[in-house]
Write a protein of this length. Structure first.
Length: 767
């Protein structure tokens, strides 16, 4: 039997974990008398040392969502019999022919998420080819989500439907797959496929700390990341007198970079001597790590290798995805709540380590003996479970009627003390049920299920976890909202309230209803179409706790322009919103609003002083609230881009922004608001001063206009520029007329005017 094995390997950047999966999976299949033909993106050192004729070059999907959706549609057309849907030289025709020579497809371990959505499309397209030839497709050792767009979720669901056997390597992925396809006959939780790597996991341990850290600090500031990690490494080395070895898991064999770069930066900062190793092949790297007593890492497979080796592992998760993966790996080895959120170790006000680090390191050191004994006692059982899984894979490939066996669970215990758990719990995947939430997130929604889905994911991605989400469905259909929230019930448990308004009384009434149904110290309005950076809540809450003389804080914000691609809205440009501002001052708000709801967190107690949102205003209610807020209180400012105000200039109906769809209402309500303030002032002070200011401004404007006219007449260069500008505008009008006569010229089906084209060009980076 010959089987194609598709793993996430690439010659562009070498990943020890991905290579380990490929090598381990190949060995497991070959040990069961199955020949393996790897599908990869070129020769990969250490992955079978394959020759060109022994591999299939993988499909490569474009990065942009609209491009990969188009390419998938073209491949579907080819598989349906239309060979003209793609050029004759397209790679897909060669792959189709090559896959005719195999008896099945195994899609090896990795991640299926929108962060690397092109890989998800690649896997589906390859599965469509093999399944279309009547052969089995198996998915093994995968993690899915948690970041999935609506379109990518549909692609993943189709991939699951094509698979006769599915193995998920962590509990969150297992739950998500069953929620996505509850009727699937063979979805199982497994352990990571890399555990079968040929390494001596019982090798003697030296008093060394193996450090394997991600080169990307996102979502945290780069310098803060280095500060905290230096403190962790030095703190552990100081307590144990251990040597430090930096072992990269992602770098280039020739050029280094990536992990090696951040490792060198940390070695230069550490007060203890450290050795920085270059990238090595998967087996060699894993063996080096297995000989260390301590493992400090942000990477999944370094944690998996440390668990296998019986080392004392300190795994640190940077974001929701990383925490979910690492937490799943630790639970497979009997530890609950064993992954440490980086956010819990970070003091966002100082940019350095938080106070919990010292106690955490003390507990890691104190538990080294008992933890090692526990890991060694269950190692054989875990390896045996992995072998049983591959027996099942082989049986499925050979169409044997063998009943699947689920992974035998290991009893889990909490790894850290109640003290450490309490001080880190507010930064993990969940929050303690008995603690009042710090922030109430009021999410207004109506008829926008896809945006609501994205917004809920955005909240779940926050590094601060002690919040309450109040979704106010403002007279929209009930079922789509309930379907979206049910999708995340597992993650939202204990933190969600839902209000279905039978009749809409406006946006501000929806905000007030959310306030009335929540209890918290802080409040923020998160509309269903906007988004945050993951550190928004953590940084804004910490700021207000450190600045007790301020009752609200706003952040530097981006305007994000997006358009509809398939079922999703996709960003195509971003730029700073009032980027020149460095604070929130009442004088700046007199002319125009300079904050949006997504960018400001405030104390609930401000409503006791200035009242609720004005329900009489159909729009500009947030502006009116900010004017009252700024008159009464000081508002702080964080100069970091932590919020995204998303705009869709081309959308209409429910998916549009109110500033576009209700432009006239915005103008009229703004004037009415100003008129009301003016009437209030003149009732007490008379109209003399406003009359004087109005006339003075008119005279100044008239004088400026006359002077500009005089300058235009005196300066020949300005006269020439003015004449050329008139000529350009005439030509643009002529081109626009021709475009209207010839019809649409872009993918939207609308004719773009030259002025619109120039505006789009002007919005691109570099213009």
């Amino acid at each position: 039997m010959r089987v194609a094995l598709l793993c996430d390997t690439s010659p562009a950047a070498d990943r020890v974990g991905n290579e380990a999966i490929g090598v381990s999976s190949t060995g497991q299949l070959q040990s069961r008398n199955i020949d393996v033909i790897p599908i990869c993106r070129g020769h990969h050192p250490g992955f079978g040392q394959q020759r060109a004729g022994d591999r299939i070059l993988a499909l490569e999907f474009p990065w942009m969502p609209e491009d990969r959706q188009r390419y998938l549609a073209e491949i579907r057309a080819v598989l349906a019999g239309d060979r003209r849907a793609l050029p004759a030289g397209d790679k897909v025709f060669t792959i189709i022919d090559q896959l005719r020579g195999v008896d099945g497809l195994v899609i090896g371990g990795g991640e299926l998420t929108s962060r690397s959505g092109w890989l998800l499309y690649e896997r589906l397209a390859t599965a469509l080819i093999v399944a279309g030839q009547g052969k089995p497709v198996i998915l093994t050792g995968q993690s899915i989500g948690p970041d999935l767009s609506v379109s990518d979720r549909e692609v993943l669901a189709e991939l699951l439907d094509l698979c006769s056997l599915v193995g998920l390597r962590d509990a969150d992925s297992y739950w998500a797959a069953n929620q996505l396809r509850p009727g699937h006959p063979a979805i199982f939780q497994t352990i990571d496929d890399a555990v079968s790597l040929d390494v001596d996991w019982a090798a003697p341990k030296a008093n060394r700390i193996a450090v394997t850290l991600d080169e990307q600090p996102w979502p945290f500031p780069a310098d803060d990341y280095l500060n905290v990690m230096t403190a962790v490494i030095d703190g552990l080395a100081e307590r144990m007198g251990a040597a430090i070895e930096f072992i990269p898991h992602m770098a280039d064999f020739d050029g280094g970079g990536l992990d090696q770069e951040v490792h060198q930066a940390l070695a230069d900062r550490c007060s203890h001597p450290a050795t920085v190793f270059p990238i090595e092949a998967g087996t060699a790297s894993a063996q080096r790590l297995a000989q260390c007593q301590w493992v400090l890492t942000t990477r999944l497979h370094a944690a998996v290798f440390g668990l296998l080796a019986g080392a004392s592992v300190l795994p640190i998760g940077l974001d929701r995805c990383g925490l979910s993966r690492i937490d799943g790996a630790l639970r497979n080895w009997g530890w609950a709540e064993g992954a440490v959120p980086f956010a819990a170790l970070w003091d966002s006000q100082t940019g350095r380590e938080s106070e919990v680090l010292s106690d955490l390191l003390d507990e890691i050191v104190a538990g080294v003996g008992s933890e090692g004994e526990h890991l060694e006692s269950i190692r054989d059982g875990r390896l045996g479970a992995a072998a049983q899984w591959w027996d099942r894979v082989a049986a499925d490939l050979e169409r044997h009627d063998e009943s699947p066996k689920p992974l035998e669970p290991v009893a889990t215990v909490r790894r850290f003390s109640a003290n450490v758990r309490a001080r880190t719990a507010g930064f993990g995947l969940t929050a303690p049920a008995d603690v009042e939430p710090s922030a109430a997130i009021i999410m207004r929604t109506r008829d926008r299920a896809a945006m609501l889905d994205r917004a809920v994911q955005d909240v779940l991605a926050q590094t601060a976890a002690d919040w309450q989400l109040v979704v106010v469905n403002d007279a929209g259909p009930r079922d789509p909202v309930d379907e979206v929230l049910a999708r995340y019930a597992h993650d939202l448990e204990g933190r969600l309230s839902v209000i279905h308004n039978p009749v809409s009384h406006g946006m501000e009434a929806a905000s007030n209803l959310g306030l009335a149904n929540s209890v918290s110290e802080f409040v923020v309005i998160h509309d269903d179409d906007d988004s945050w950076q993951p550190c928004f809540l953590q940084q804004t809450e910490a700021y207000l706790r450190a600045h007790r003389d301020e009752q609200a804080v706003t952040v530097s914000t981006d305007i994000v322009l997006e358009r509809l691609v398939g079922a999703d809205y996709v960003e195509y440009h971003r730029f700073g919103y009032w980027a020149e501002l460095r604070g929130a001052r009442l004088i700046d708000f007199m002319k125009v609003n300079r904050m949006v709801p997504i960018s400001i967190l405030y104390l609930r107690s401000v409503h006791d002083e200035i009242g609720l949102y004005n329900e009489q205003l159909p729009v500009v209610g947030d502006y009116e609230f900010y004017l009252r807020l700024l008159q009464q209180f000081r508002v702080g400012y964080i100069d970091r881009r932590l919020a995204d105000w998303r705009q869709r200039p081309d959308s209409t109906g429910a998916n549009s922004n109110s500033m576009f769809a209700l432009g006239d209402a915005h103008r009229d309500c703004d004037l009415a608001l100003r008129d009301a303030y003016l009437r209030e002032w003149t009732a007490q002070n008379g109209i003399g001063l406003p009359m004087f200011i109005a006339k003075t401004m008119e005279r100044e404007a008239d004088g400026l206009t006359r002077r500009m006219t005089e300058l235009m007449g005196e300066d020949p260069l300005l006269k020439e520029i003015d004449a050329k500008l008139d000529l350009v505008l005439e030509r643009l009008d002529l081109i626009e007329q021709q475009l209207r006569e010839t019809g649409p010229d872009d993918a939207t089906g609308k004719a773009s005017s030259p002025r619109d084209t120039l505006r789009r060009i002007a919005r691109r980076p570099g213009h």
